[in-house]
Write a protein of this length. Structure first.
Length: 129
């Protein structure tokens, strides 16, 4: 499974996420980006199965990326990370195309569980979310 990470400008957060994701053998982190233009190009180039993206980036929001992916044939599974109380925006993000919305302060480790479950599902397991 190819995963594209795009998490803010914080190298600490990106490093922590990268470290967590690397422990899953079936996951291949293909790229990490922080600018909207780079993300759109990377999605087209690498065609990731999963895109982990921060809600707010230096030059825009995940909503911009979701709009770009809206009509994509190979739309990746979208995991949105935020520090906002996501109850306020979760429905809006899911309507826009997010598969998962996680509070990165409280639910960071859930990314590993989600990716593991996606990987099991791809192997043909009947595991449900």
């Amino acid at each position: 499974m190819k995963v594209l990470l795009s998490v803010e400008d914080s190298k600490g957060v990106l490093g922590r996420l990268h470290g967590l994701v690397e422990c899953i053998h079936e996951v291949n982190v293909v790229a990490t980006w922080t600018r909207l233009e780079e993300i759109a190009l990377a999605v087209r180039r690498f065609q990731p199965d999963v895109l982990v993206i921060d809600l707010y980036l230096a030059d825009g929001t995940a909503m911009n990326v979701m709009r770009d992916l809206e009509f994509s044939k190979n739309k990746p599974i979208l995991i949105i990370l935020t520090e906002q109380p996501y109850e306020d925006i979760e429905a809006q993000l899911k309507m826009a195309g997010a598969d998962f919305v996680l509070n990165k302060s409280l639910e960071f480790e859930l990314i590993v569980k989600i990716l593991s479950r996606i990987s099991e599902k791809e192997k043909g397991s009947q595991f449900a979310f």
